[in-house]
Design a protein around this ligand. Structure first.
Ligand code: 3HC
Length: 296
């Protein structure tokens, strides 16, 4: 069965990941509709995207005109019913299986194209669990982007036992040919490729801090200067969000019962305290409004 080239995309949620996905789609000349629950959240999401586009202009990656055109291609709504004509919808809401399942089930009833791609940007939840919650698991796929989305060139594509090949090909062609991302395919196992490798490393660094093995500064410095990582594991945990790292750890632990995947108490306590990283202004480090580290 042939499918039209994807030109109308929907993004559910304008948090860090949703805003990044919406931005790269708009920069790739695609019409983008973004869902947020309230006007205030939509305004915050738009502001986040505009700040990132400004950064693109100041670093010479895009021109003023491209920035204006990308901003013009972005629309916001608080009504899921507006997504009926979308050919691809990526949900990027909180890392919670129930919330994601409900949204995908709702979208399945609304989006009319039978070959539409209903994608989840989940970091770790097996896609089959989300797909089966809808009436049409053949339309559901994992499209996992990386933070910061405008900078990191990878998308992990996760098909399930039920995803239709047409939907998978359409999603891959969009990520590769339209967005210009590199695509890897992962099995549908909690954590996929990247987080199955990354998250145990982040949790190990947190355990080192917790046990007093080394300071957070020395752990980060070691991995940046000794292993050429762009940032250390504790700074990266702050960037990803401690709540997200904990959710990923929880779903991997649920799937594999592997002790290395269990969230250490320090991570749990920091999440309970609201110290969830850069987005909240503090995690292992403290941040100013512009996201720069201010105090260690
Ligand atoms: N939007 C647009 N551009 C951005 C940006 C953003 N949010 N953040 C950084 N950039 C651009 C900057 O403009 C700059 O461009 P330039 O080189 O042309 O001037 C370039 O990226 C580098 O940025 P900076 O100079 O400000 O800072 P750094 O050199 O320290 O890089 C970083 C910052 C890109 C975040 C880099 O430290 C990095 O790549 N860190 C690792 C991030 C990582 O591992 N992400 C994956 C997390 S796992 C994940 O997302 C999966 C999820 O499921 C958990």
């Amino acid at each position: 069965m042939t499918s039209e080239k994807i030109q109308r995309v929907g993004v559910i949620g304008a948090g860090i990941m949703g805003a990044g996905i919406a931005e790269v789609c708009a920069r790739a000349h695609v019409d983008v509709l973004v869902f947020e629950q309230t006007r205030e959240l939509a305004a915050a999401g738009r502001a986040r995207i505009l700040r990132s586009l400004d950064r693109g202009v100041s670093s010479g990656k895009i021109t003023e005109r491209e920035r204006e055109q990308a901003a013009w291609r972005l629309r916001f709504t608080s009504d899921l019913g507006d997504f009926a004509d979308r050919q691809l919808v990526v949900e990027a809401v909180v890392e919670d299986e129930k919330v994601k399942s409900e949204i995908l089930a709702e979208l399945d009833k609304i989006v009319t194209d039978p070959n539409a791609v209903l994608a989840s940007n989940t970091s770790s939840i097996p896609i089959m669990k989300l797909g089966i919650a809808t009436g049409a698991p053949e339309r559901v796929i994992g499209m996992h982007f990386f933070n910061p989305v405008p900078v990191l060139p990878l998308v992990e594509l996760v098909t399930t036992l039920k995803t239709s090949p047409t939907v998978a090909e359409r999603a891959e062609a969009f990520a590769a040919d339209v967005l210009g991302k590199q695509v890897v395919r992962s099995s549908d196992r909690a954590g996929f490729i990247a987080n199955a490798l990354l998250v145990p490393y982040l949790l190990s660094a947190i355990r080192m801090v917790e046990s007093g093995f080394a300071t957070k500064e020395d752990i980060d410095k070691t991995m940046v200067l000794g292993c050429a990582h762009p940032m250390g594991p504790l700074a990266l945990t702050d960037l990803v969000g401690l709540d997200t790292v904990k959710s990923i750890a929880d779903s991997m632990y649920e799937e594999f019962k592997e002790p290395l995947y269990s969230a250490p108490p320090l991570l749990q306590r920091m999440v309970e305290a609201g110290l969830v990283g850069k987005k909240s202004g503090a995690g292992f480090y403290e941040y100013a409004d512009n996201g720069r580290t201010v105090k260690k």
